[in-house]
Write a protein that binds this ligand. Structure first.
Ligand code: SF4
Length: 465
């Protein structure tokens, strides 16, 4: 499989180029991606991102998945400055869920028709490999049909550090651990911990977290073992716009690599996986050390001056953290408009990624609905709880009926999907979750600030991550 042709001599806003990108006949260069992100009119970005989305996904269906987000521990040896979830381990609210507690959560999910768990946690040095193997084995024994989407690359890199597996390279060590977990029941990896790959930014915000090379290598190993994964990006903090494009470019290049290897593979070789989706969302500042960093422009002397992140950022990710004295010392938060612009550019730039997820959990359901017109085809996860983002500020919880109504009101037919985007239920008839509702006054979006106390009865809510 060959990457699409690039046309570096054309302006990023050339309508012929954008039409070719939208129809899947051309690829944007990083310079063109940056030019779009910097200065293209929002209406242009939205129109072509929507056209690209419709080329891939058609005009009719937009999807969501029912799963449960299980954060098995909040004890973590990293110190990401954007994180309000982590604990050292000796605080009163530090926790590690027992296997039985995790089983109980999955049983509640199964009882309401859920098909997947998204299981991630802090990087807890107290948990041995056997803890994970036994957990996965017991989940598959009790719930053989539940898809286990678990352990993001930073967790895997810490598994390598904690367990010291055999192998003469990081890739070999990751492969050793991943094979053990795959055999025990791991089905796929979530794309958590992507943040921003450029080292000058990553070293500022992801203290103790793996670097980009390790993150991407971990995903490559997962793909080589036949797993389908997602990639993520958290933006709207200290990074420059070129850092966002560099991040997407790395995802696209590694996807090119794995797709090319897959195309070359012998028919008798086990099938390879690849990135199946990309989700980006703006940083949420509440309760986080990074959130206390002053906003750019709060000082009158900074008004109308270029943002330090933009002055330092390079499309090849080569900026050094000392390239600007204020790099990392000012934040530029992203609101809804910037979120939609970034998502639209991701849809246009990531021509080899199937799905773009609307990350409305932090922006609100109606921004999520608008995101369906800005390149997103998927409303993310119908989840029963959310702990990580909600620790850092307001997130929204919706029930399945509301998510279906948001999709339908945006002009599409809602459909429940599985982890590989196969359709499980198409909601066309009067039995659809939204069309059964007689009284919408009981279905308002509610906010969720922290993990809800354990409930006797499972409540289905929706969030996108
Ligand atoms: S974001 Fe994840 S890895 Fe970073 S401190 Fe929080 S729990 Fe740990």
């Amino acid at each position: 499989m060959h990457p699409l042709p690039e046309h570096p001599n054309l302006a990023a806003t050339d309508t012929g180029l954008l039409e070719a990108v939208a129809s899947g006949q051309a690829r944007l260069t990083p310079e063109q991606g940056l030019a779009l992100l910097r200065a293209a009119p929002g209406t242009l970005l939205g129109r072509y991102a929507d056209a690209r989305c419709r080329t891939i996904h058609g005009d009719r269906l937009r999807t969501y998945i029912i799963d449960r987000n299980i954060n098995y521990t909040n004890v973590c040896n990293a110190r990401c400055t954007f994180c309000a979830f982590r604990r050292d381990g000796d605080e009163a609210d530090a926790y590690t869920l027992s296997h039985e507690a995790i089983h109980d959560k999955i049983a509640e999910l199964v009882a309401i028709g859920g098909t997947q768990i998204l299981m991630q946690g802090g990087m807890n040095p107290a948990l041995p490999l056997a803890w994970y193997v036994e957990l996965l084995t017991s989940i598959k024994r009790k719930f053989p049909k539940v898809h286990v989407h678990a352990f993001s690359p930073p967790e895997f890199i810490e598994f390598v550090h904690f367990f010291d597996p055999p192998g003469d390279s990081l890739e070999a060590k990751i492969r050793y651990v991943m094979l053990r977990l795959r055999e025990a029941g791991l089905d796929s990896l979530p794309g958590g911990g992507g943040e921003i790959f450029a080292p000058a930014v990553r070293q500022r915000i992801g203290l103790g977290k793996c670097d980009a090379e390790a993150w991407l290598t971990c995903m490559y190993v997962a793909h080589s073992l036949g797993m389908f994964t997602s990639a993520t990006m958290m933006f709207g903090h200290v990074e420059g716009l070129a850092d966002r494009v560099h991040h997407m470019h790395l995802v696209r290049r590694w996807q090119d690599r794995v797709l090319a290897e897959s195309a070359r593979a012998d028919d008798r070789a086990p099938p390879m996986g690849h990135y199946v989706s990309f989700i980006s969302w703006p940083f949420q500042r509440e309760n986080t050390p990074l959130g206390r960093v002053p906003d750019w422009g709060a000082d009158p002397a900074e008004i109308d001056q270029p943002f330090p992140g933009d002055l330092a950022a390079r499309l090849d990710g080569s900026a050094a953290k000392h390239d600007h004295p204020l790099l990392g010392k000012r934040v530029r938060m992203s609101g809804a408009a910037e979120y939609l612009r970034t998502q639209a550019v991701s849809r246009l730039f990531l021509d080899n990624i199937y799905s773009i997820g609307a990350s409305w959990v932090t922006m609100g359901p109606h921004i999520g609905q608008v995101a369906l017109a800005w390149g997103a085809n998927d409303m993310g996860s119908v989840m029963m709880e959310e702990n990580v983002v909600s620790s850092a500020g307001t997130t929204y919880c919706l029930d399945e009926a509301v998510i279906c109504r948001l999709i339908r009101d945006a002009g599409f037919t809602p459909a429940q999907r599985d982890n590989t985007y196969d359709i499980l239920r198409l909601h066309t008839g009067p039995d659809s979750p939204d069309l059964r509702v007689k009284d919408w006054s009981a279905h308002r979006a509610r906010t969720l600030h922290r993990q809800a106390p354990r409930q006797a009865k499972a409540t289905l809510t929706v969030a996108a991550r």
